[in-house]
Design a protein. Structure first.
Length: 149
């Protein structure tokens, strides 16, 4: 094949475009994998950190003599889009060996591994606010909540 000036120029442009596309893909993959690594570290919070945050939350209402039983309503966190990982937990609050309250907690784990309780509904509130419950919790979690009632 005989290369002319036009063919050589077109070949150079094609090579440059392929090189640019390759660099873009490599850069994008590097950014994406870094983002996933950050999110995966957020999705594995310290169970003690979650328990401590829940203890602090309920101590504000019931004082220092609080014992909690917690049950995760999902095995893993739920993350939608770029949102923070959410956990759904059924909590039984006991003081002096008497059950004071039970209900469901929705919490988010921030990038700093802090636990933020976004919602709490007691068993009594759940019965009166089923529409709100369905807006806050995924359907599979709502089903698990109904099993607890």
């Amino acid at each position: 094949m005989i290369l002319t000036k036009t063919t050589t120029k077109g070949l150079k442009i094609t090579v440059l475009l392929l090189l640019a596309a390759s660099l873009f893909t490599v850069g994008y993959n590097a950014m994406f994998s870094t983002k996933n690594e950050k999110n995966s570290s957020v999705q594995r919070p310290n169970a003690a950190g979650i328990k401590n945050s829940l203890n602090d939350f309920f101590k504000a209402t019931y004082g220092n003599d609080v014992t909690l039983e917690i049950e995760y309503l999902r095995k893993h966190s739920t993350t939608t889009g770029v949102g923070l990982p959410k956990y759904y937990i059924w909590v039984v609050v006991t003081t002096h060996k008497a059950v004071k309250e039970e209900g469901v907690v929705r919490l988010a784990v921030t990038h700093e591994h802090q636990v933020d309780i976004t919602h709490y509904f007691s068993k009594k509130e759940i019965l009166g606010k089923i529409t709100q419950i369905k807006e806050v919790f995924p359907e599979s979690v709502v089903n698990r909540i109904n099993e607890k009632l």
